[in-house]
Design a protein around this ligand. Sequence first.
Ligand code: KIV
Length: 272
Amino acid sequence: MYVPKPLEDRVTIPYLKQLKQDGEKFACLTAYDFSFARLLEDCGVEVVLVGDSLGMVIQGHETTIPVTLDDIAYHGRAVAAGLDNALLMLDMPFGSLNSPQQALDNASELIKHTEAQVVKLEGWKSQLEIVESLAHFGIATCAHLGLQPQMVHKMGGYKVQGKDKAVADRMLATARDLEAAGTDLLLLECVPAALAAEITAALEIPVIGIGAGADVDGQILVLQDVLNLTAGKKPKFSKNFIAGEASIQDAIRCYVREVKHGEFPDASHSFS
Ligand code: KIV
């Protein structure tokens, strides 16, 4: 039985690729400050994302759109201070990658400021060009397909993406193109489980899912959802891990254990 424990070695992209090859799942969570970053790492979380979800769960906005580069830099620095071994990934916020050059300049600044290993980016057609440009300059990226919260208005709401065959085929083709362009990781958000499984099997790079079923390589959730701190209606893909646990640490260890065992997400937290 897997017992979550503090990470002993630095988590790198090759390490995550090795986990994928070995068929071992990995656990990711968001964090926005030093104390939680340290706690997550101590509980065995392998990847910590300073997500632009901070716009909603820290700043109280309705969307992620108002988040600035300075916000990500500030929270990124605080989280970096709490991590010794977990891989640190930062979201590139809305408006920070309107051209490959702007993306390169902003990603370079963020990485210099925080020493993050990976930047995650959303984007329509621009994603391919930007991944290629960042890879050219040695910056590791996580591309993001499926529901892209920064494009909520263009997408017409927070909806599952890829139910339609034509959209699913396009997503698979784009995922292959992004891998060929040099992305190191792919995140799939709110995608039918069968499509996410097909994309994961088709790629060599590790695929992280949120609302993408159990057959991806790693899982991620927003910390506040895991700890049942988010007000209002909870997304179907999230789960309250603190229910029945004695402490925040126990809740995080429970999340890590369920991800590692392939118990989370089950069908009730996935889309078909
Ligand atoms: O901003 C964020 O926290 C994210 C996760 C939901 C994957 O992008």
